[in-house]
Design a protein around this ligand. Structure first.
Ligand code: GAR
Length: 201
């Protein structure tokens, strides 16, 4: 079975959508472990309630970012992980972890990259004044929100939108997009050619 490690820092709604779709037989994968940097993360409660192993690596417990990433890499490496999924993981993934899983880490970002990378993509889009925003699933490389794009979904920005209403509209799409990307990768339908991601029909 296609073995996932999911990393999440907070609410965990994207993580929950993955688990629910796996349980419904819609995503051909298993979650081997949920990793969080935040012992308070709601995602941890959801994992425990669904019998999924959890691991917490607090940044404060390590001297450097690199050491933090190294510890996560050392933890994940022996577990036979096929894909690492960043589902609302709010830290930058650095070399030791990237090198342990080359082209095997994906991230969901709440904007249409390359617009509005970094924190609060939804707020950035609203404040910039774009009329269409959305979400992006991409492979993680050594630059923030930069690697090859796997899937994107667009949503309109409405006249009376607030950050909250726009975020909610985008989140609905995130909950479909990330499981779809995992499914395509698990089915062996995704190939990276430079910056272009080729998907077998
Ligand atoms: C999601 O909107 C995700 O796209 C975003 O955080 C939220 C997490 O929600 N991720 C980033 O901004 C990464 N830079 P969730 O915890 O309910 O899945």
């Amino acid at each position: 079975m296609f073995n996932l490690a999911v990393m999440a820092s907070g609410r965990g709604s994207n993580f929950a959508s993955i688990v629910e779709k796996i349980e419904a037989g819609e995503v051909p994968a298993v979650v081997n472990v949920l990793v969080s940097d935040n012992p308070q993360a709601k995602a941890l409660e959801f994992a425990r309630a669904h019998g999924i192993e959890t691991a917490v690596f607090r940044r404060e417990d390590f001297p450097t970012n690199k050491a933090h990433n190294q510890a996560i890499a050392d933890f994940l490496r022996p577990r036979g992980i096929d894909l690492v999924v960043l589902a609302g993981y709010m830290r930058i993934v650095k070399a030791p972890l990237l090198e342990a899983f080359p082209n095997r880490i994906i991230n969901i970002h709440p904007a249409l990259l390359p617009s509005f990378p970094g924190l609060e993509g939804q707020r950035q889009a609203l404040e910039y004044g774009v009329k269409i925003s959305g979400c992006t699933v991409h492979f993680v490389d050594d630059r923030v929100d930069h690697g090859p794009i796997i899937l994107q979904a667009a949503v309109p920005v409405e006249e009376d939108d607030t950050v909250e209403t726009l975020s909610a509209r985008i989140l609905k799409e995130e909950h479909k997009l990330l499981p779809r990307a995992i499914t395509l990768i698990a089915q062996g339908k995704v190939r990276v050619e430079g910056r272009r991601v080729r998907i077998t029909p």
